[in-house]
Design a protein around this ligand. Structure first.
Ligand code: MG
Length: 346
């Protein structure tokens, strides 16, 4: 078994603005697991807000490489993966890359796409939302036009001007909206009022309305809100879900938070058992990590997997966006390939 990894800088097509800063690039680290000349790929995407650096991720992978390269069978990798949390408590993005590369390799060796390895039905209708950055009125109009092919738009809100922003947006589109408050509301009364206002304005869900420590207020908001509340910053891994039942209506699952495909699947199952909605999200990853999540779309209530559309220099290909839909992936493994086989790891 051979494990290679390489850092890479993903470049945005347009600088990506959030309330605190504007980013032009996102560091990522690609992983390649090889057995008998077959390659499995994975990705650790590392936007600053994740709190895991490229250096930490490379150090982690260097240690895991020593471990993984002792393996001669895929089952041994499976066992080693199960041990990683015990040895390395952090490094969720690095773990996500390793886990994804394992499943990609396994799928290729067995000639099966990822959804089939997990016993999931292929979803033929994968509609993803598309995030548009918030700006002055003229720019909002332009961005709505640029996002014409997408059926659902997602916007970041979370200030006292939220109503005004939604009213401005509504001048240019009547598409359903997802809003991500990113913990921006601190007053319960305001949050409840906003949930009604948003519901009347074609918003279908509210992501992370309040700060992570406002559990009791979130219970009340979820009770009173006419539309679902979805945890993002409040949920990272499987073990978080039990504490969120009754607090949020659903959870946003992201590979870089949860540490891989294996855990993402368990989280979907746990959310369903707990009667919670499932949203599949991403950070700023390329086609590599995003593709893995696409295979679970059939089990999700909401799909927010538009990151590859925003990237200029994606080294992988295989995900296609057509009229706001993601074309289902049918190739073995996670279903993507390197654009140029020699370019990344050699
Ligand atoms: Mg979010």
């Amino acid at each position: 078994m051979n494990l290679h990894y390489t850092p890479y800088l993903l470049e945005f097509k347009h600088p990506f603005g959030v309330s605190s800063n504007t980013r032009t690039h996102t560091p990522t680290v690609y992983v390649r697991l090889e057995m008998d000349g077959v390659y499995g790929y994975g990705e650790a995407c590392l936007p600053k807000y994740l709190g895991e650096s490229t250096e930490e991720t490379l150090t982690f992978l260097k240690q895991v490489k020593l471990l993984f390269e002792k393996a001669t069978k895929l089952e041994q990798i499976q066992e080693m993966k199960d041990e990683l949390d015990r040895i390395f408590p952090a490094n969720n993005a690095g773990k996500a890359a390793l886990d994804t590369s394992y499943w990609d390799l396994k799928g290729k060796l067995l000639n099966k796409p990822l959804y089939s390895l997990f016993g999931i039905q292929k979803s033929d209708e994968i509609v993803t939302s598309h995030t548009i950055g918030i700006d002055e009125e003229k720019k909002i109009e332009e961005k709505v036009m640029e996002a014409e092919e997408f059926k659902i738009l997602k916007i970041k809100i979370g200030t006292k001007d939220d109503k005004e922003l939604i009213r401005t947006l509504k001048k240019f589109t009547d598409k359903p909206l997802y809003v991500d408050v990113n913990q921006g509301w601190t007053d319960l009364g305001f949050a409840i009022e906003m949930s009604h206002f948003l519901s009347e304005n074609n918003v279908v869900l509210i992501e992370q309305p309040m700060p992570v420590n406002r559990i009791e207020e979130m219970v009340l908001l979820t009770e009173k809100s006419p539309i679902p509340t979805i945890a993002d910053e409040n949920v990272k891994r499987l073990s978080d879900i039990a504490n969120l039942k009754g607090v949020f209506s659903g959870i946003n699952i992201k590979l870089m938070k949860c540490g891989g495909v294996t855990e993402a699947f368990k989280m979907i199952e746990s959310a369903k058992t707990n009667n919670m909605k499932v949203m599949l999200g991403c950070m700023a990853e390329s086609s590599c990590a995003t593709a893995a999540m696409v295979h679970f779309a059939g089990m999700a209530d909401y799909v927010d997997l538009d990151a590859p559309c925003l990237i200029k220099n994606d080294p992988f290909e295989g995900i296609n966006y057509m009229n706001g839909r993601i074309t289902p992936l049918d190739s073995p493994g996670i279903g993507i390939r390197l654009k140029s086989i020699d370019s990344l790891f050699e």
